[in-house]
Design a protein around this ligand. Structure first.
Ligand SMILES: [Mg+2]
Length: 323
């Protein structure tokens, strides 16, 4: 089973990422392929249509959204059919109603819980109703995700985390979060697909890779989105991916082993194919750049991560991370 994030893995903006569609279709030809998205504003059907538009073989049932994960969490917190105050759009209300909950927009209806997800038309009134409901009664508050920002064509805009934070500041409470990097969304996917130790492919260390590691999935970072060599080298231990790929073609190639040797002076050499990186004290040096940038990064990451030192305590060769 292979699970993938969307933005930065499958597409950026309106365009499919090079090699992503072919490689993922190749995966889907002989094993189950699923997609995970923190975006709460769209339904699984809408996401599946968008992905099909890029040429991917995908149906709505292959898509796990943060509202689906939120509703799965909600089921552990309130009675079946309970009245839920919603902040968010159709991506959220559709899932709640399908699951038998009744949806309200008013704190006066005595909701059993508040569920909050992003939609572009969420307003101060919605945030106020959530605050009234949470201020009045000790009820659960579930957020679909805590992404601070949403990349838009014209720049960076506030994401659900920012709107959740406004309610938090007003009421002094914190929500339970369903989306990446929390485990609920991965558990929802594992449950749905009956997967045992799936592979998860993402482009962000601080959400995708941390989340996959926490949930016990095999984590794969692909460098076609947000994070690149510099972030990989500097990644804290909980966000070290199991595999690093330059692009998704490498899903179908053999992953090279990293070998480590230590000389008499204690200098360690990390080799990935013909790339070699040395770790001596706090100095990390590329001693053979080799024929592929990604192998050099893999060897460099092994050296940095294996040093036991924080990135700011290391003197790292810029060859390992320059473009
Ligand atoms: Mg992404």
């Amino acid at each position: 089973m292979v699970l993938a994030d969307l933005d930065g893995v499958v597409y950026t903006g309106k365009n499919a990422i090079d090699h992503a569609v072919d490689s993922l279709n190749r995966v889907a030809a002989d094993r189950r392929m699923g997609y995970i998205t923190n975006n709460a504003s769209r339904t699984a059907e809408t996401v599946a249509e968008q992905l099909s538009g890029f040429g991917l073989t995908v149906t709505a049932d292959d898509v796990v959204t943060s509202p689906q994960a939120a509703v799965r969490l909600l089921a552990t917190l309130v009675d079946p059919g309970a009245r839920i105050l919603v902040v968010g759009g159709v991506g959220l209300t559709a899932v709640l109603e399908e699951s038998g909950y009744s949806v309200t927009r008013s704190a006066d209806d005595g909701p059993a819980a508040v569920v909050q997800g992003f939609a572009p038309d969420v307003s101060w009134k919605d945030l106020a109703e959530a605050s009234f409901a949470l201020g009045k009664a000790d009820i659960p508050w579930v957020a679909t995700n805590q992404d601070w920002t949403i990349p838009q064509e014209r720049g960076i805009a506030p994401g659900n985390g920012t709107l959740v934070s406004a309610v938090h500041t007003a009421v002094g409470k914190l929500p339970i979060v369903a989306g990446k990097p929390e485990k609920a969304i991965f558990e929802a996917a594992i449950d749905r697909f009956g997967a045992t130790r799936p592979l998860f492919i993402g482009d962000r260390l601080d959400t995708d890779i941390i989340g996959a590691n926490r949930a016990g999935l095999t984590s794969v970072l692909v460098l076609t989105g947000i994070d690149h060599a510099k972030q990989v080298l500097a990644a804290p231990e909980n966000s070290h991916p199991d595999f690093v790929l330059a692009d998704l073609r490498e899903l179908h190639e053999e992953y090279p082993a990293t070998t480590v040797t230590v000389d008499a002076r204690g200098t360690k050499t990390f080799r990935v194919r013909d790339a070699r990186v040395e770790l001596a004290g706090n100095r990390v040096r590329a001693v053979a750049e080799g024929s592929s940038r990604i192998d050099l990064l893999r060897a460099g990451a092994a050296a940095v991560w294996g040093s036991g030192l924080k990135i700011y305590g290391l003197d790292v060769d810029p060859k390992l991370y320059e473009d």
